[in-house]
Design a protein around this ligand. Sequence first.
Ligand SMILES: [Zn+2]
Ligand SMILES: [Zn+2]
Length: 208
Amino acid sequence: MTPTVRQPRLDPRAPLVLDTRELGRRPGTMREVRRTVPAPTDLGNGVIGVPQEGSLELDLRLESVMDGVLVSGTVSTVAEGECVRCLDPVREDVVVDVQELFLHEPPEEGDEAELPLLDGDLLDLEPTVRDALVPALPFQPVCEPDCPGLCSRCGARLKDDPDHGHEELDPRWSALAGLTDTLGGTDAQADTAAAAPADPDRPQEEKS
Ligand SMILES: [Zn+2]
Ligand SMILES: [Zn+2]
């Protein structure tokens, strides 16, 4: 934002536009703002963010200072996303500190050139909230710190099945495994024996 360009006229009804009229430009006056407002759209980083129907809790202090209005306090919300390991939904409480000086007039030059401006009595806190909140969100949200994720072979949720694993199936081993099955279960043997006489292609062993 260049200091010589005025912000477009702000909409006083926008959720994050605050009215400072009560401060009356008298340095030292202070007002507290505690309210819950609808969250602006796209407040997130792609993997986690404040949902469309989400809200922000503002707990702010507006203070009239020599050159403008100092806004400080906290913004709290709940971000929603997906665990990057197991894709379970993730909800995360987020509380960030905000502090921003809004100037009455664009400065001639100097360090304050980057500061946002008041639009009459109004100020737009949305860029400040965005700058504070988005970097505070996790880039790799997880449902719990030690989430084991999904099995890379079959996609099973390892959280539900900690002993989950797959035998390494070399063809030779699978033949052996089949043999072990045949010798192992008595039920399986009984079934095989019972089924054999019913097979018409099988030679009748009893008559030999
Ligand atoms: Zn997870
Ligand atoms: Zn698996």
